[in-house]
Design a protein around this ligand. Structure first.
Ligand code: FE2
Length: 308
């Protein structure tokens, strides 16, 4: 079976082809801010350039159906609908968050029991037994907090903020807000903004990363005890963080947990995860009503009645 995957929920346009076990994927990431019209224009410009690199013989088209920003999302979904009708190939809509999780089960050949899904707009702990979100941010997403903090220092993004943080000398105590299995980041971001100029920016940046990841790991430990789960998938764009990887190593040894995660190319937004997950769902007999409609607020737990 050959599956075309399309990812177009936010900054990244990705196209992938999964042919049996072989996956080829290409992507292009828009570097500007989140202006919906600009994001959609970027997708429209890049789609023919990326698609040209693949031949057009597919058995299935899988597209990110949501969650995401309406303008780029509807562009990707429209392309899937168009290709599906033109070439008479079935198309399936894929939950972007579930794809972030499932790609790691596929690559590692291990079944996850809990997932920590962390990206720009998403910060959640998902019980994979019933696809219920058992913990999440009560305000902003962790990746958005890092991006906002980076811009306060005149940096481009969270990656540059982490480069700075890795040169820290001291840790500064910062607001730590955990409520059961939920977290808040608003106070921590305000603390960061209010302390610019008062401490070395490397120390501030490191303390922001370390504090927010500590909050997440506390909730993850609580969830793993409460639900008696040992196999934990860590996924999403923020799972690329080098500071988080160092902390996860200690965390997993301390609590004797099995952390399942993959290479960075499958943690950032990518179409390989859409092709892999779309094919998996299709082979399970799951179908999406045609034409596929974008679902900007499509939560992972909306899938629990379909998949569990
Ligand atoms: Fe994502």
């Amino acid at each position: 079976m050959i599956t075309l995957g399309i990812e177009s929920t936010a900054h990244t346009l990705g196209i992938a082809v999964k042919d049996g076990d072989k996956i080829i994927h290409k992507f292009d990431t828009y570097q500007g801010s989140y202006i919906p019209r600009d994001l959609a224009e970027h997708k429209a410009k890049m789609f023919p350039i990326l698609l040209k690199e693949f031949n057009m013989e597919f058995d299935l088209i899988a597209v990110s159906q949501g969650p995401g920003i309406w303008a780029p999302l509807s562009f990707g979904v429209s392309m899937a609908n168009y290709l599906s009708s033109k070439y008479n190939i079935p198309a399936i809509g894929v939950n972007h968050g579930y794809a972030h999780i499932y790609i790691h089960e596929y690559l590692s050949k291990q079944k996850g029991e809990l997932a920590l899904y962390i990206s720009g707009g998403n910060t959640s702990i998902v019980n994979l037994e019933n696809l219920k979100i058992v913990g999440e941010t009560l305000d902003i997403g962790i990746g958005n907090m890092f991006d906002k903090a980076a811009r306060e220092l005149g940096l481009k993004n969270a990656k540059e903020l982490e480069d700075l943080a890795l040169n820290h000398k001291n840790f500064i105590e910062a607001p730590y807000s955990v409520k059961g299995m939920h977290v808040n980041f608003g106070g921590l971001l305000t603390w960061f903004k209010n302390n610019i100029g008062k401490y070395p920016k490397e120390d501030l940046a490191y303390s922001l990363f370390h504090t927010s990841f500590s909050m997440l790991l506390e909730t993850l430990a609580r969830a793993s005890f409460a639900f008696e789960k040992k196999n934990i998938i860590v996924c999403g764009g923020v799972a690329q963080s080098r500071i988080l990887k160092q902390m996860l190593e200690k965390f997993s040894k301390f609590y004797n947990l099995n952390i399942i995660t993959g290479p960075d190319e499958f943690n950032r937004d990518n179409a390989a995860m859409i092709a892999v997950t779309g094919e998996y769902l299709y082979n399970k007999g799951i179908r999406t009503e045609f034409p596929i409609k974008p679902r900007p607020y499509y939560r992972i737990d909306d899938l629990r009645y379909i998949l569990t």
